[in-house]
Design a protein around this ligand. Sequence first.
Ligand code: GDP
Length: 613
Amino acid sequence: MQAPAVGGVRVKHGDGEVVRLARGASLTDFAEKVGVDPASLVQVLFHLGEMVTATQSVNEETLQLLATELNYDVQIVSPEDEDRELLQSFDIDFGSDEGGEDDLVKRPPVVTVMGHVDHGKTKLLDAVREANVVAKEAGGITQHIGAYQVTTEVDGEQRAITFVDTPGHEAFTAMRARGAQATDIVILVVAADDGVMPQTIEALNHARAANVPIVVAVNKIDVPSADPAKVRGQLTEYGLVPEEYGGDTMFVDVSAKSRINIDGLLESVVLTADAALDLRANPNMPAQGIAIEANLDKGRGPVATVLVQRGTLRVGDSMVAGPAYGRVRAMLDEHGDPVEEATPSRPVLVLGLTAVPGAGDKFLVVDDDRRARQIAEKREARARAAANAKRRARRTLEDFMASMEKGETQELLLILKGDVSGSVEALEDALVRIEVGDEVNLRVIDRGVGAINENDVNLAIASNAVIIGFNVRPAGKAGDVAEREGVDVRYYSVIYSAIDDIEAALKGMLKPIYEEATLGQAEIREIFRSSKVGNIAGCWVTSGVIRRNAKVRLIRDGAVVVDNTELSSLKRFKDDASEVREGFECGLTVNGYNDIKIGDIVESFELREKPRN
Ligand code: GDP
């Protein structure tokens, strides 16, 4: 449909038509979706006051602005949805088992150990690993690959359990943040001599948010001051009621150090899995799962521990893991032994990928190497675009300078935080008194005493402000958020250095003043016609110097006929020259101008930046 032109540009308008775009999409992506020429979108945006190129990735606000103007409904798609759609475009349904009920086979539970620092997570993982050495005649678990599988006897049956060997909440939440849930059951470790502590609660909340059942390991019962009953009481208050009190959570008293009742803990994990979960997967399909950890090994190249969630992974399979792909060259288990295939819930170390995937990246096996590469490349491009869009969305002091040079920025917004109110006031006072003329403006949008907190960072994100911390640091997650979102946070302990920096930024924000310096002149004495490069001017340098890379103008009878252009060639006889001095002959062509005449003057000049005072 043709619609009213925007700023003279005719573009197809939507009737509120929905356009789904990935975070960090470019105008070309948008144009492709609605079937128009990308150049026309560039023009529309230009008339709306935004200058972007067709292929540059733009932020969400800009896309929305364009969409509103053209009457489309832009929906920015989350990375998870996007990945799902990407895989769907390859006819792959990630995350579901092929076939029906009959194809599903029981799989072992995958366990993550969480709890307060020093309550014994690491020790417990060691103990579990070692307890299993007895069961296995072949050596112990010698390799740290980020996950391992053990077996335990329950009701006369050998049952496997997979442990994710990276204690700590970060790994768990980082994976969840990527929409990847590896864990079926959380073992919450609580030291019986210390009781419930802040990170115990944090872990509990993470597990609950993920809807994962918990088995409580009441640890350190070998310590004389241990009080396991107290731990039960405390956790009951948080809604985690022990079975013996009529609840449905299993509490197991253990000592990781003295290796007491580790088997009991393993049994409880199996029983909880059987009671609360229906853990089944189809082993007869191309493998899918997630990368648990990965690194670049000097000798072996990228190595990744992956957890198979469904299907069976085999040596020789073509796989994609996040932005990495490749043919599985070899697989090793936690004993360092080669394995030929890995079934659901089996963690294996995979060799043969082209790059190192991230923890929590989804992996899958595809028909052939070509598809693997295509998917990996798309994922990679998407990740890059998203990162670019994010980076561009925020401003740093340097960005201010850069955008000022282009004549865009007018206002620098600041958030001030200091250790005492006196210093914040002094800083604000001094900053607002910086004199840089009318073209730029500085505004303090918030100030306060105390550490830089998440509120400050969020405000900076929302308003593109720079945060100045005077004798203070970020608190809690504020630093991480600022880092992740690209917020410029500057720390000072001397008022003058803060003022100097801001002043420099503001001065940099001023448009530079240029003055012209004439380098020399040459007169056109002859014209050579060339079918290849057009008309070549045979010149005589009458004064100064003609420089290949300087600006030129063409003067005819005292009037400028072409101004501010460049030379496309400058030669002395047959050779390219970077400059030709007074009294010498040269041949030259003027960029984009062919209509030269004998007697024309070619003037070479350059623009020099004039320093401001
Ligand atoms: P994490 O921070 O939760 O990984 O805790 P660690 O596993 O590093 O254990 C912290 C400290 O507690 C270490 O000094 C361990 O030796 C000790 N520890 C862990 N489990 C036990 C236990 O069952 N009994 C005793 N007495 N000490 C333990």
